[in-house]
Design a protein around this ligand. Structure first.
Ligand SMILES: Cc1ncc(COP(=O)(O)O)c(C=O)c1O
Length: 396
């Protein structure tokens, strides 16, 4: 069978691959400590579930307008105003099948072949692949643990060429948990806007920011707003990953273009999920404080545990539910008579000999790190930190 050439340009999601491997071991009866999940481990809250049941019972199970039901778009408009201080009109919003779909619609609507997209690394695994699928060119801008994986305005400036179309800002970040301050965001956006570069602000983790820090949306600055496209969704904040509701907000011409792409690829997002999302967004995050508190507790525990371990370079992550230690110091150390040459190899050892499933940093464009998700119970995390410590202690 001759498959399409475009398949050779992209990689499969390594996050999903590790999760599948952990699943296979579990089915063999092996207790795996899964630190690879990219989703909250909580159930979708009852009031949101109830809105979905009600939608089904009332027969709200048919096609909806392609761009999203008016009630949901109104709820999103209000959310932007109340939480982010940004005024959007309903026609500047497109509801899609998850934030991932929102981002790919955006790239298909804005990129011409060869247009460059600046992606700070470590990056979320799907950005470069989606850019390539839309015939754009990912330009990776590396950052290291020393700067808490932040890029500087000077770095951004030096990566811009006449072909640069978009710069991706993801704060809080997957995989690092890094949160940029409002001033840092403004300085980066200033460089982008001065050079006629659009900003894709991926704010999917906006409600998972710790230490009392406030999320900052660059579209709230009027000079930046025409250049900013905000992507967000209900997956992470409301424990609704399976419901597949995300949204894109920004300039109407691009939103219309993205909607046109969506109308030919998938049509509307699930009608029942849209009703559930109305309930989630309207009631807001207040009822979900228990999740936030739990994440905060786990972050403290994992960060404190890892900071004490040998070979670990790690700064405190400000948000999301990940830590992303740099393990460059283990390269060349000996495990059972063999040298460790890559972090991928160490991740293999972690899963086969220490039952820990963590995602190699390679998947995120940072081959000297690995990603640990603490979206799992404290019992698993305690066990995992002991095992991780034992794995590092076994290196000579
Ligand atoms: C940084 C980032 N953006 C967007 C998404 C997309 O989320 P969803 O498609 O579930 O809305 C994810 C999910 O892992 C993510 O980590």
């Amino acid at each position: 069978m001759q498959v399409a050439n475009r398949l050779n340009q992209i990689h499969e999601s390594q996050t999903l691959a590790i999760t599948a491997k952990a699943g296979a071991l579990k089915r063999q009866g092996i207790k795996v400590l899964s630190l690879s999940a990219g989703e909250p481990d909580f159930d979708t809250p009852a009031h949101i579930q109830e809105a979905a049941f009600e939608a089904i019972r009332s027969g709200f199970t048919h096609y909806t307008p392609n761009n999203g039901i008016p009630e949901l778009k109104e709820a999103i408009v209000k959310k932007f105003k109340d939480e982010n201080g940004v005024d959007y009109k309903p026609e500047e919003i497109l509801v899609s099948n998850g934030g991932k779909h929102s981002i790919s619609n955006f790239f298909f609507a804005i990129l011409n072949p060869g247009d460059e997209v600046i992606i700070p690394a470590p990056y979320w695994v799907s950005y470069p692949e989606m850019v390539k699928l839309a015939e754009g060119k990912p330009v990776i801008l590396p950052a290291t643990w020393e700067t808490n994986f932040k890029i500087s305005p000077e770095q951004l400036k030096s990566a811009i060429t006449p072909k640069t179309k978009v710069f991706i800002l993801n704060s809080p970040s997957n995989p690092t948990g890094t949160v940029y301050t409002p001033d840092e965001i403004k300085a980066l956006c200033k460089v982008a806007v001065e050079n006629n570069v659009y900003i894709l602000s991926d704010e999917i983790y906006e409600h998972l920011i710790f230490d009392g820090t406030k999320h900052f949306c660059p579209a709230s600055v009027s000079e930046f707003k025409p250049w900013v496209f905000v992507v967000n969704g209900v997956s992470k904040a409301f424990a609704m990953t399976g419901w597949r509701i995300g949204y894109l907000a920004g300039d109407k011409a691009i939103i219309d273009g993205a909607a046109k792409i969506q109308s030919q690829m998938t049509s509307n997002a699930c009608s029942v999920s849209q009703k559930a999302a109305v309930e989630a967004i309207t009631k807001g995050i207040e009822p979900l404080n228990y999740m936030f508190k739990e994440f905060e507790k786990r972050r403290r525990f994992v960060f404190d545990s890892m900071s004490k371990m040998p070979y670990v370079n790690l700064k405190e992550p400000g948000g999301a539910f990940y830590v992303f230690p740099d393990l460059s110091q283990i390269i060349g150390k000996i495990y059972m008579g063999n040298p460790i040459l890559t972090i991928n190899q160490f991740c293999e050892i972690l899963i086969s000999d220490f039952r820990i499933a963590a995602v190699p940093g390679d998947a995120f464009g940072a081959p000297l790190s690995l990603r640990i998700s603490y979206a799992t119970g404290m019992d698993v995390l305690e066990d995992a930190m002991n095992q991780f410590s034992a794995a590092l202690a076994s290196l000579k």
